[in-house]
Design a protein around this ligand. Structure first.
Ligand code: FAD
Length: 166
């Protein structure tokens, strides 16, 4: 999980920041940078004891995990629909989209991590497989950071485009 960040100049963070709560650039706790469990620990809600708070998790703004899951669904699905032989316009569009996606991503620490990956490993746009594999590597980089298992990138199209071979 990302660690808490320094607040923007001139703003005061809360005195005691519960574990896992990440600050936004405005110095206030950033909801989309924090898991619901950590968020709940700084409010009166408790996931274990309060059924209403469980319902809140579904009905409230997305936490870092819900947002991430939905975003990876979108990104890998874009790769799955990307042409095998893209035009120059297709290539420019997807490059612009990925750059802006990282800039606008609501969890700023996640977006910055993705932007750094794009600078370090320029995105190949010449084919669906090159782009999809690059994206799979980006996702694996986050998986490693979070201690999650790596995904076998030779199987990205089965997971996201064709369905699993039996
Ligand atoms: P997810 O990681 O969301 O994966 C969804 C599904 O994708 C999996 O069930 C699996 O079937 C498939 N999958 C898994 N790995 C791959 C892969 N390599 N290639 C293709 N398919 C795969 N969270 C943080 O706590 N810190 C961060 O810095 C952070 N950065 C992020 C950056 C970006 C750009 C995005 C989109 C999300 C980021 N997240 C971050 C969220 C995090 O990656 C997860 O989405 C979140 O923790 C929920 O994880 P999950 O286990 O439900 O599965």
């Amino acid at each position: 999980k990302p660690t808490s960040a320094a607040p923007a100049a001139g703003t005061e963070p809360p005195k005691k920041l519960p574990k896992g709560v990440v600050l936004g650039k405005d110095g206030k706790p950033c909801r989309s940078c924090t898991s619901f469990a950590s968020w709940a620990s700084q409010t009166k809600a408790s996931l274990k004891n309060d059924p209403a708070s469980r319902n809140m998790a579904e009905e409230c703004p997305p936490d870092i995990e819900t947002l991430g899951r939905g975003s990876w669904n979108l990104l890998h699905s874009i790769a799955a629909q990307y042409p095998e032989n893209p035009t120059r316009t297709d290539q420019n569009n997807v490059r612009d989209f990925m750059r802006l996606f990282a800039t606008l991503y609501p969890c700023w620490v996640c977006g910055e991590g993705f932007a750094k990956y794009q600078s370090r490993k320029p995105m190949p746009t010449q084919s669906r497989n090159a782009f999809g594999t690059w994206l799979c590597d980006a996702h694996n980089e986050v998986n490693r950071r979070l201690g999650k298992p790596e995904f076998d990138c030779s199987k990205w199209e089965e997971r996201w485009r064709t369905g699993w071979k039996d």
